[in-house]
Design a protein around this ligand. Structure first.
Ligand code: PLP
Length: 393
């Protein structure tokens, strides 16, 4: 029977039926170790008991009302996110792309409110911000953009991790904001030089540009801090979140500082589902669990030990270009394209991802045990050794 689903994904030949922590079970009863967590979504693992209980309890009370009414759970979630991140106000959506759309609208209106007729947002080569038209345009990947022209105006791209390239734009009075990821995820786990974000923040301050940090993938303990910008001791003007905020229940958020909080006024933006009671309750439970289990520290420690393990087991192996990571966001860059490693790993019942053609990306659940983290390192390094020797013979 042919599929009734649009073919926008090349799906792997496996369907999962249930999960437990870092493990998934397929429809044949086989168990898989999950080193991807639904692409950084299920940070608390699968079927987390507290999330499951909160979602089922909330479903029996109230799933949805409307943003036309007050929502105590949404308010509580916003207060909690602001306490953890230093931001002042939050707008809730349902995905990362939508959270970034909100950020883009805030920046543009902020520009208009200050007399900038055609506000421009600077984004980064190799960045990724989503698949809607504006976020696709913000995304620095020409290959994906051509088919969807004409794209919205108002974006320019500069190389990532290059302060001088930004500095060179200083005279352009149409620029209102710089938007970037703290670590580029889809772009290949690219970690900028220490001090880069701090320098970008200083530059933004100097020129009156807003700094928007997309933490859709890096946020919420993933990199060993609550938010990756906190490694650099800065306070951006805007931050976006999604992915792990609901541990799989769709929710996104755009957080802003006071100066930009009044930019969007009633009627200028909205979302039917954004921050509804079900999603807000799930997200509150996720954050409570992350706080009580100190998952920021857990990600930092486990990530460091996985990185050590990868370095020592792959030391000196030809074909491996780089091994890098921060917390539980890890990348192994090979010299050759290595997409076939995903299927090879699947056959060994390990779930991994390859991004930018030659970077193996690991984003395991933050609750993973030491033993399972070690198992991922051993399984993966065996696979990489086989792949590299095959590619070379
Ligand atoms: N921003 C970043 C940094 C991402 O990694 C992603 C998704 O991978 C997005 C935005 C888009 O999020 P979503 O797929 O929820 O729209």
């Amino acid at each position: 029977m042919s599929s009734a689903i649009m073919e926008t994904y090349k799906r792997l030949p496996v369907a999962f039926e249930s999960g437990d922590g870092a493990w998934l079970t397929d429809t044949q009863g086989n168990h898989y170790l999950d080193a991807l967590a639904g692409i950084a979504v299920c940070s608390l693992g699968h079927a987390h008991p507290a999330v499951a209980a909160a979602v089922s309890d909330q479903a029996t009370r109230l799933i949805h009302t409307s943003n036309l009414y007050e929502m105590p759970l949404q308010e509580q979630l916003a207060q909690t996110l602001c306490r953890l991140s230093g931001f002042d106000r939050v707008f809730f959506n349902n995905s990362g792309a939508e959270a970034n759309e909100t950020a883009i609208k805030v920046c543009r209106k902020y520009g208009h409110d200050r007399g900038v007729e055609k506000p421009v947002i600077v984004t980064m080569d190799g960045g990724f911000h989503g698949r809607t038209l504006a976020t696709l345009t913000a995304t620095g990947n020409g290959k994906q953009q051509e088919a969807f022209a004409p794209l919205p105006e108002g974006f320019i791209h500069v190389p990532y991790n290059d302060v001088a390239a930004l500095e060179a734009l200083a005279a352009d009075t149409s620029i209102v904001a710089v938007m970037l990821e703290a670590i580029q995820g889809e772009g290949g786990v690219i970690i900028p030089a220490k001090g880069y974000l701090k320098q970008v923040a200083a530059l933004c301050d100097r020129h009156g540009w807003l700094l928007v940090v997309d933490e859709v993938q890096t946020g919420l303990c993933r990199t060993g801090r609550w938010f990756a910008f906190q490694h650099e001791d800065i306070q951006p003007d805007i931050m976006t979140l999604a992915k792990s905020l609901g541990n799989g229940v769709p929710i996104g958020a755009c957080l802003v500082m006071k100066e930009t909080a009044a930019t969007l006024t009633p009627g200028t933006h909205g979302s039917t589902f954004g921050g509804n009671p079900l999603a807000a309750r799930a997200a509150l439970t996720v954050i409570e669990t992350m706080e009580s289990q100190k998952l920021d520290q857990q990600a930092a420690q486990l990530g460091a030990s996985m990185l050590d393990g990868l370095h020592s087991q792959l030391a000196g192996l030809g074909g491996v270009r780089d091994i890098r990571g921060k917390g539980l966001m890890l990348g192994i860059e090979l010299e050759e394209e290595c997409r076939e490693l995903v299927e090879a790993a699947l056959q060994q019942r390990l779930l991994i991802n390859v991004t930018r053609d030659n970077v193996v990306r690991l984003l395991p659940p933050l609750i993973i045990s030491d033993e399972d983290a070690g198992r991922i390192v051993t399984m993966l390094t065996d696979l990489i050794r086989d792949f590299v020797s095959g590619a070379r013979s």
